[in-house]
Unconditional design. Structure first.
Length: 592
């Protein structure tokens, strides 16, 4: 019996040791890799009993403690949770830390290294989660850093959309060119170092297109307009086919903003665009050929989806069209803003009904944007269209008729920030007048005074301050509807800005603002005492120093209008820089 006692004791000691081993202490499993804020990792830890614990980060000196979680319910033994490298929604600063767990007076820790935050997409939402085939689907997002936005169906499929984006809030869009049904999409952001954000999942329902080409008869040209078109200026001013089309459309419309009825009819009439069937077609172009064959020379470029064309002859395989060439610096055919006639595949032609509630006209001669709404001229804004130079002839804003096809949001151009951008012609956007970045505030002092003159790189800059009707670029952004039509009138040599009648009523608070206004509801004088005067009085000594108000796009003084009209007198060249550039650019490209 004495020999059995030691054996029993040994057995009991082993049993107690095993039982104690099954009850873990307080501890955190070490991390094998650095933590990248924005990417979830699993935090594994053990606790000795049921209860609550807290987990946080302490720096090497214990001077800083960041709470990750507190009063977290746990059970005795192994526990795990996800952590995305943030505390209180703020990314943890890169560097060495200690992850500390506390429970019932006990403490355990493990070292952890926090690295650079991975790219993240926040507040992602889809504007139209139900769309018809071919529609532009818009989505908004907030990007934590500059990078490439990539949208896919699923995880591994070819991208439906990709584009470089700046840090901050943004919007983008893509064509819903997939079969009808429910589609699960993923949106990611690829940072400059190639790191990919966690995918954001979006759901899109695509429905069959109800009637993509609704029949609608063309409006015949009224006699009074035909006479004005024959004796004045139209967008097809230099076309060899001028006068052959007897219907009312952009190409036959006289450039007279005061004929509100005619302008409105054109703004709401069908427009013919090209659709080559490619993804992101609004960022692709088609070569206009000199002959109806693929191997013929190119004479110009037309942007798909958004740019309207004038169909002169419709053939079975090829159709003769005319438009202003939308050549950009990297286009296959470099024929800057020239009115060209040539052939495109007939299968690409597609008729679109534009927004029936609103339309826009931009006149490059007056540097005004005219907002038409519900059949009438609603408001006028100052703009800056492109100014070409010998090295950058492609800065000239391309004339023609276009559709606003997507929201882009804010983007950077050199040291400028351009907000509330709407796409109308590939890289040409309608956006708010830029401000200078990096100053600590939005500095508009350089570019805002240039409104009303050519100044941009091709986009159309629009005033940010409200007109008397409350219209600005922000208003256009908020009231955006896909396929709103925008007509851009060429400043043909020989066109003249009408000098206002002497009895045009104006308003002034000359002691306060130094401006004259078209309305006493203009933001600079609203609620203030104003005096009424007429345009003819601006020549009097008392009013000679008054300037036209930039908010209400007041007409220029007589001497300013005369100076512009002298520059555009009949017989001259309104764009000598462009004329010279066209002589030197490689306009022809065979077999492409």
């Amino acid at each position: 019996m004495r020999r059995l006692v030691p054996a029993v004791l040994i057995w009991m000691m082993l049993w107690i040791s095993a039982a104690l081993a099954e009850t873990p202490g307080l501890g955190i499993e070490p991390f094998r890799e650095e933590i990248r804020p924005g990417r979830p990792v699993v935090v594994s830890f053990t606790v000795p009993e049921d209860g609550t614990c807290s987990i946080g980060l302490a720096d090497e000196t214990d001077a800083v403690y960041l709470n990750i979680t507190e009063n977290r319910a746990v059970t005795a033994g192994f526990n795990a949770m996800y952590w995305n490298g943030t505390c209180g929604g703020v990314p943890v600063a890169a560097g060495p830390w200690r992850m500390v767990i506390r429970m019932n007076g006990m403490t355990a820790e493990t070292p952890v290294t926090v690295g650079k935050m991975i790219p993240c997409l926040i507040s992602v939402s889809m504007e139209n989660p139900v769309a018809e085939e071919g529609d532009t689907v818009l989505f908004s997002f907030y990007s934590t850093e500059e990078g490439t936005l990539v949208l896919r169906e699923g995880i591994e499929a070819e991208p439906l959309y990709w584009d470089n984006v700046a840090a901050g809030a943004g919007e983008a869009g893509f064509q819903a060119e997939m079969a009808p049904g429910q589609h699960e999409l993923t949106l990611t952001l690829v940072g400059e170092d190639g790191t990919v954000s966690e995918p954001v999942r979006l759901s899109l329902e695509v429905r069959e297109k109800a009637d993509p080409n609704p029949a609608r008869a063309a409006e015949p040209m009224p006699d009074y307009l035909r006479e004005k078109a024959e004796n004045g200026f139209t967008p097809a001013h230099t076309s060899p086919y001028r006068g052959e089309d007897e219907t009312l459309n952009y190409w036959t419309l006289p450039m007279d903003i005061t004929d509100e009825e005619a302008v409105w009819k054109v703004l709401t009439s069908p427009v013919t665009v090209l659709d080559n069937g490619k993804k992101n077609a609004e960022k692709t172009q088609v070569i206009i050929r000199s002959e109806p064959m693929e191997i013929s020379d190119g004479v110009g470029m037309v942007t798909c989806i958004s740019q309207g064309v004038h169909v002169l002859e419709r053939g079975e395989e090829w159709s003769l069209i005319e438009c202003y060439s939308s050549s950009f610096h990297d286009s296959a055919i470099l024929n800057w803003n020239a009115l060209v006639q040539g052939y495109v595949p007939t299968a690409y032609l597609k008729e679109v009904i534009p927004n029936q509630e609103m339309g826009l006209v931009v006149d490059k001669l007056t540097q005004r944007l005219y907002v038409f709404r519900e059949g009438r001229l609603f408001s006028t804004l100052l703009v800056s269209t492109g100014i070409a130079n010998a090295k950058q002839p492609y800065n000239e804003t391309r004339s023609g008729e276009f559709l606003l096809v997507s929201k882009v949001g804010e983007f950077s151009s050199d040291n400028l920030k351009c907000a509330l951008a709407l796409r109308f012609n590939d890289g040409d956007l309608l956006h708010e007048v830029p401000y200078i970045a990096g100053t600590g505030y939005k500095d508009y002092s350089i570019n805002e005074p240039k409104l009303g003159t050519k100044a941009s790189h091709g986009c159309i800059r629009v005033q940010r301050q409200e007109s008397p009707e409350g219209v600005s670029q922000k208003w256009l952004w908020n009231n955006y509807k896909k396929n709103t039509r925008i007509l851009i009138w060429e400043d043909w040599q020989g066109r003249q800005i009408p000098v206002p009648e002497d009895d045009l009523i104006l308003y002034s608070n000359k002691k306060k603002t130094g401006y004259y206004h078209t309305s006493d509801q203009c933001g600079t004088v609203r609620g203030k005492k104003t005096e009424t005067l007429i345009y003819g009085q601006l020549e009097e000594e008392e009013y000679r120093k008054l300037k036209p108000c930039p908010l209400c796009a007041a007409p220029g003084r007589r001497d300013t209008i005369r100076e512009i009209n002298t520059k555009y007198a009949e017989g001259g060249d309104h764009d000598p820089v462009m004329t010279e550039a066209r002589k030197n650019c490689p306009r022809k490209l065979k077999g492409k």
